[in-house]
Design a protein around this ligand. Structure first.
Ligand SMILES: Nc1ncnc2c1ncn2[C@@H]1O[C@H](COP(=O)(O)OP(=O)(O)OP(=O)(O)O)[C@@H](O)[C@H]1O
Ligand SMILES: [Mg+2]
Length: 139
C-alpha cells in the first residue's frame, strides 16, 4: 500500500480541537486502509491525502482535506446509510466511525462529503472554516 500526500503550499490556519480532528481524519484513513486490504495484491493500492485552500458557497475561506483510496468504492445501496450510526459491512465493525467523524466536523462548522465510484475508489472530502491566506501578491 502506498501513501501519497499533496499538501497545499503554505499554512492552512483553522481553529480546531486537535484530538477530535485527529480522530475524525483517522477514522477516514482506517476505512480507506480497510477497504483496500481486501483487494487483490496486484491492483494499485493508494491512500492519498490532499489539502487545499478554497471557498464555500458563501465565499467563506475553507481548508479542504481529501482522504482518497483506490479501493472497491461504496455500492449504491450503502451510500445512503454510511453515516447512520451502527451501519457497518465489516465483521467486528461498530459502524460508528463515519457518524463520529461527521459529528466532529460539523461541530467545527465544517462539512463532510463523499464521492465514490465502484471498482475505482472513494474520496472523502472534509471542509473546515479557516482564515483567509494572507499576503496575496498584487502583481
Ligand atoms: N473508504 C471506504 N471504502 C469503501 N467502503 C467504505 C469506506 N468508508 C466507509 N465505508 C463503508 O461504510 C461503512 C461504515 O463506516 P464506519 O467507519 O462508520 O464503520 P465501520 O468502519 O464499519 O466500523 P468502525 O469504524 O467502527 O470500525 C463501512 O462498514 C463500509 O461499508
Ligand atoms: Mg470505520
Amino acid at each position: 500500500m502506498r501513501l501519497r500526500s499533496t499538501l497545499a503550499p503554505g499554512a492552512l490556519i483553522a481553529w480546531i480541537d486537535p484530538p477530535h480532528i485527529k480522530q475524525a481524519v483517522l477514522n477516514l484513513m482506517l476505512n480507506a486502509v480497510q477497504a483496500m486490504a481486501k483487494q487483490a495484491s496486484g491492483s494499485p493500492r493508494e491512500l492519498i491525502l490532499k489539502t487545499a485552500q478554497g471557498v464555500d458557497e458563501e465565499r467563506r475561506s475553507v481548508a479542504v482535506l481529501h482522504v482518497i483510496d483506490t479501493g472497491p468504492g461504496i455500492p449504491e445501496s450503502a451510500r445512503e446509510k454510511i453515516f447512520t450510526p451502527y451501519f457497518t459491512t465489516k465483521s467486528g465493525g461498530s459502524g460508528l466511525g463515519l457518524p463520529t467523524s461527521r459529528r466532529i466536523i460539523e461541530a467545527h462548522g465544517g462539512r463532510i462529503e463523499v464521492h465514490t465510484e465502484e471498482g475505482r475508489g472513494t474520496d472523502f472530502v472534509l471542509t473546515l472554516p479557516c482564515e483567509r491566506a494572507g499576503g496575496e501578491r498584487a502583481d
